[in-house]
Design a protein around this ligand. Structure first.
Ligand code: UGY
Ligand code: MN
Length: 243
């Protein structure tokens, strides 16, 4: 049902908030019985792309041209002879050449980024994991805000993906502004996100892109925890040189 042209989605020079009512689905090359909702891409100035891959029964997604991180949101996916259920994730290096298949309907968050190699440091290898097996770290000692690092913090990786879980009322301790950009998918709950000069109500299913230096702050509202999956570029010199 259209809502007289109204939506919470916004597109500003330093951020995007995209709500599910504005999502557009189309298959990417190499997808069969599957669609992509491309949330962010170099088309808006981002240096990565993030999309939600939606699989039908028997769906397939071909290997990526560069490194790929995949987090299963719903259902189960098969990759490299293993099954990944909701909350499981996998990292595939640029030369990984791994196809993703779905026996039944499933959805995954997919992040792809051109890999920036550091001189003398070998590129990372494939790995898979499960969010439930990652230990939670309180953010700056605040136990009501837990961070789980899904990608090892070693120099071989040029990005990080974390989940952040806020108990109702928990908030970021400061307004952040940093050189890293973010792709953020709200997984559950909701709250208020400050982006640039605006404050937005956000909830599960929403996607946010924050450009470098976008002012950002979040406070969780409601009676259940708010949780999001967040990407950032990481571990590389801002001039992009191989050092
Ligand atoms: O890792 C981060 O920069 C994170 N604290 N940012 C955010 O949640 N907007
Ligand atoms: Mn941040």
């Amino acid at each position: 049902m259209f809502d007289l042209g109204h939506t919470r989605s916004v597109y500003r020079h330093d951020h995007l908030l995209l709500t599910p009512d504005t999502f557009v689905r189309a298959p990417l090359p190499g997808m069969r019985k599957a669609n992509a909702i491309i949330h962010v891409a170099p088309a808006v100035g981002a240096r990565f792309t993030q999309f939600t891959a939606e699989f039908e029964e028997g769906g397939l997604m071909a290997p990526a041209a560069d490194q790929r991180f995949l987090y299963v949101i719903e259902g189960e996916l098969q990759m490299d002879g293993r099954s990944l259920a909701a909350g499981d994730f996998a990292y595939v290096p640029a030369d990984g050449n791994l196809t993703v298949t779905a026996r039944h309907a499933a959805r995954a968050a997919v992040i792809e980024k051109h890999y920036q190699q550091l001189e003398g440091i070998p590129a990372p290898a494939f790995f898979a994991g499960s969010e439930s097996r990652i230990s939670a770290e309180p953010l700056e000692g605040d136990t009501s805000l837990e961070v789980r690092h899904l990608v090892p913090d070693t120099p071989a990786f040029d990005f990080a993906v974390n989940t952040m879980t806020y108990q109702p009322g928990a908030a970021l301790p400061m307004v952040e502004s940093h050189v890293m950009e973010h792709g953020l998918l709200m997984l559950s709950g909701g709250g208020i996100y400050r982006l640039g000069e605006q404050w937005y109500p956000v909830k599960a299913g929403d996607f946010i892109w924050m450009a470098p230096y976008c002012l950002q702050w979040f406070g969780a509202l409601g009676k259940t925890a708010a949780r999001y999956l967040i990407y950032k570029d990481w571990n590389r010199h801002p001039l992009g040189e191989r050092r």
